[in-house]
Design a protein around this ligand. Structure first.
Ligand code: ZN
Length: 83
C-alpha cells in the first residue's frame, strides 16, 4: 500500500502512463482512500490536458507557459510578489 509520498512521487510517471499495471493499481487504491492526493492528481491531469489541447491547436497564447511557470516559481521564491 502506497502512502502519500509514494503516490505523489509517481504522479508524473502515472500521468505519462509509464507505470506497470501493478504500480497503477497501487496508486489507484491509494487515491480512492485519499482525497488530498486525488485532488493533486486531478489538478495535474487537468493542467496537462489544457496545455496539450492548446499546443495541439497551436493557439497557445504567447507568454502563457511562462506565466504558468512564474506562478509555480513564485511559490518557491517567497520574495513577496504574490498578490
Ligand atoms: Zn495520499
Amino acid at each position: 500500500m502506497a502512502d502519500c509520498n509514494d503516490a505523489l512521487r509517481e504522479l508524473e510517471r502515472f500521468l505519462d502512463k509509464e507505470l506497470s499495471e501493478n504500480a497503477r493499481e497501487t496508486i489507484h487504491s491509494h487515491l480512492e482512500g485519499c482525497p488530498d492526493c486525488l485532488q493533486a492528481f486531478d489538478f495535474h491531469a487537468e493542467l496537462r490536458t489544457v496545455i496539450a489541447t492548446k499546443c495541439h491547436n497551436d493557439e497557445m497564447p504567447p507568454g502563457l507557459l511562462s506565466k504558468i511557470e512564474k506562478c509555480f516559481g513564485e511559490d518557491f521564491d517567497g520574495d513577496g510578489l504574490i498578490g
